[in-house]
Design a protein around this ligand. Structure first.
Ligand code: KG4
Ligand code: ZN
Length: 349
């Protein structure tokens, strides 16, 4: 079986084709970074217009790389939300048009479900249901028990910033280039993670919720103290702050995941596996930290390859494939959803 997937919910225009036996036949991603960089963040109007300019070409490229005609597709999936609504419209309308023209099923995929099921594409049977999911992206930071396609039980989430947002804002304060997450990780490589004392919000508290705004504020205070009237920090100070911030985030994630593993074990009789997904899962230092934690708890960390952690269409095609196989197709009247929590999906009992 072949499913074409489209992703247009943020600043990547992407098209991919996957098979039911987990092969990725094409995975095209066009980043709009250069278009948004002058503004220091994603501009929704620019994003939507750029998706419109490029989606046709990307679909053509993905289909030709996969060596397929539209008529050979078993389904076409697009991100139906959550995300920047102008962009979501572009992907959804493109997919609906292909579905209508070629009389194939249409699948509206929740972007977060795309991230959540990626480990099943990359790791196969190791990511059999149920598993514990740490979803860490630019807009989300959640711990969930994944029982099946469309079946998510929320164990905790952030009470303020998402972790990717904390990376991006902290990077901006440090004067690092946009996008902040990868730039901060790069800067942290030259720094000493023990050099700057920072708080670990929520550590030791019961439950699985997160908070990052206090950590961000603490970094701002340290920067002000270090500047001592100068305009810019020295490179070594930036590196030390970046490394210390990244370590603090790792400690918080590890503490919250430990609680989640305990709760997961109470329900399912084992603490994991722990699956990490979303753009922040591209961070190698955090992957290493979570891998050590999982091993210490007697389970394993499953982390998809980095290119499948940041936004891509292979994950949308794969979630579409899983839904198609369960008969969970969507009508062409589907309306894009700017907000769409994972625990409100339609699944199978
Ligand atoms: O999943 P994603 O590509 O888009 C959303 O759905 O949000 O995640 C983007 C987020 C951004 O906040 C970005 O800074 C962060 O993931 N990110 C990273 C790294 N690569 C991307 N954060 C930390 N370290 C990285 N290497
Ligand atoms: Zn994402």
């Amino acid at each position: 079986m072949f499913v074409l997937g489209l992703e247009t919910s943020c600043d990547e225009t992407a098209a991919a084709v996957v098979t039911e036996d987990r092969r990725i036949l094409a995975n095209k991603v066009l980043s709009q970074l250069d278009e948004h960089r002058p503004f220091g963040g994603v501009v929704p109007e620019i994003a939507a217009r750029s998706h419109l300019d490029h989606i046709g070409d990307l679909v053509e490229q993905a289909m030709s790389e996969a060596g397929l005609e539209f008529a050979q597709l078993d389904g076409v999936a697009a991100t139906g939300g959550p995300g920047l609504i102008g962009g979501v419209f572009v992907g959804v309308m493109t997919a609906k048009a292909i579905a209508a023209a070629h009389k194939i099923p249409f699948l509206a995929v929740n972007h977060l479900e795309g991230h959540a099921l990626t480990a099943r594409l990359s790791e196969g049977d190791a990511a059999a249901f149920p598993y514990l999911l740490l979803l860490v992206s630019g807009g989300h930071c959640q711990l969930l028990a994944v029982e099946g396609v469309g079946r998510y039980i929320r164990l905790g989430g952030t009470i303020d910033d998402a972790v990717g947002e904390a990376f991006d804002k902290t990077a901006k304060m440090l004067g690092l280039p946009y996008p902040g997450g990868p730039a901060l990780e790069q800067a942290a490589r030259a720094g000493d993670a023990k050099s700057v004392e920072l708080p670990r919000p929520m550590r030791g508290r019961p439950g699985c919720d997160f908070s990052f705004s206090g950590l961000k504020t603490a970094v701002r205070h340290r920067i002000e103290a270090m500047l001592e009237g100068r305009d810019d920090l020295e490179e070594s100070q930036v590196a030390d702050l970046a490394a210390s911030f990244q370590r603090a985030v790792g400690d918080v994630l590890a503490d919250r995941c430990t609680h989640a593993m305990e709760r997961f074990a109470q329900t399912y009789g084992r603490p994991g596996p722990l699956v990490v997904a979303g753009g922040v899962a591209a961070n190698q230092a955090l992957r290493d930290r979570l891998s050590e934690l999982a091993q210490a708890q007697g389970t394993e960390l499953l982390a998809p390859p980095i290119a499948l952690c940041t936004d891509n269409a292979a994950m949308i095609a794969w979630a579409g494939m899983e839904r198609l196989q369960l008969g969970l197709t969507d009508p062409l009247t589907f309306a894009p959803r700017p907000r769409w929590p994972l625990d409100q999906l339609k699944g199978v009992a």
